[in-house]
Design a protein around this ligand. Structure first.
Ligand code: SF4
Ligand code: SF4
Ligand code: FES
Length: 233
């Protein structure tokens, strides 16, 4: 298989080509590993678990954002590139600092109540999809308002927040909700790209809609009503 790699050198992007002997339907991660082990040890990419769990291996495969470890390819040629939305560091590796920074700024961690509350299976079920988020950042890379302007929290951050917001054991309640105003949930254009490309089926847009509704109801934000021109992403 002919493999084209768009790599960041530290100054610019270059495309290099490799002829790789693969088995049938290899994963993108298998291809990258083979290139590194047999053809070009200088190649840098991120991966750890090889099982869609660690969230580190997102790349673009033939123009679409995917996890390298769970994306199989066939055919004679494949193009692998770094993701669009984050600062490139080397080859296919991009900085994830912005993701972690967002989590820190929005205080996305559980602050338990003093009393020992239990949670029902029904309450847990409400957030089970959001719990599956592996912070791969793919949803952020296909989110038009986030790519255009960084004043929107973005789908991965809202997915993480939703889990805690709906948990009766969290003590921050109203204070947590009020703190979300700066993330501009109303900037979501509900294009559903995040739902479509999330490799774990987390449905970020659904949770943003819920959070937007809560914030609107409390008067913290005003729902946008204008037409958006970039839905055909
Ligand atoms: S639905 Fe909202 S959060 Fe998801 S990609 Fe579209 S604009 Fe971004
Ligand atoms: S919501 Fe999905 S696409 Fe977004 S970071 Fe989490 S796992 Fe990745
Ligand atoms: S290597 Fe961990 S998610 Fe792909």
């Amino acid at each position: 298989m002919k493999v084209k790699l768009r790599r960041f050198t530290g100054r610019e992007f270059v495309t290099t080509e490799y002829e790789v002997e693969t088995g049938e339907n290899p994963t993108v991660l298998e291809i990258l590993t083979k290139i590194k082990e047999e053809l070009d040890p200088s190649l840098s990419f991120r991966a750890m678990c090889r099982a869609s769990v660690c969230g580190t291996c997102a790349v673009k495969v033939n123009g679409e954002h995917r996890l390298a470890c769970n994306t199989r390819v066939n055919g004679e040629e494949v193009l692998i590139e770094p993701v669009d939305g984050y600062i490139p560091i080397k080859d296919l590796v991009v900085s994830h600092e912005e993701i972690y920074d967002g989590l820190r700024r929005a205080r996305v961690w559980f602050v338990p109540r003093e009393e020992n509350l239990t949670i029902t299976p029904q309450e847990l079920n409400k957030t089970s999809r959001a719990w599956d988020c592996i912070l791969c950042g793919i949803c952020n890379n296909v989110c038009p308002p986030l790519l255009e302007k960084r004043d929107f929290g973005g789908p991965s951050l809202f997915t993480k927040i939703y889990r805690i917001l709906e948990d009766p054991r969290d003590s921050l309640g109203e204070e947590r909700l009020n703190g979300l105003t700066a993330l501009n949930a109303q900037n979501c254009v509900h294009c559903s790209n995040c739902n479509l490309f999330c490799p774990k089926g987390c449905m970020p847009e659904r949770w943003i809609t819920v959070i937007e509704g809560k914030l609107t109801q409390k008067g913290y934000i005003q729902k946008k009503t204008e037409d958006f021109g970039f839905l055909g992403f």
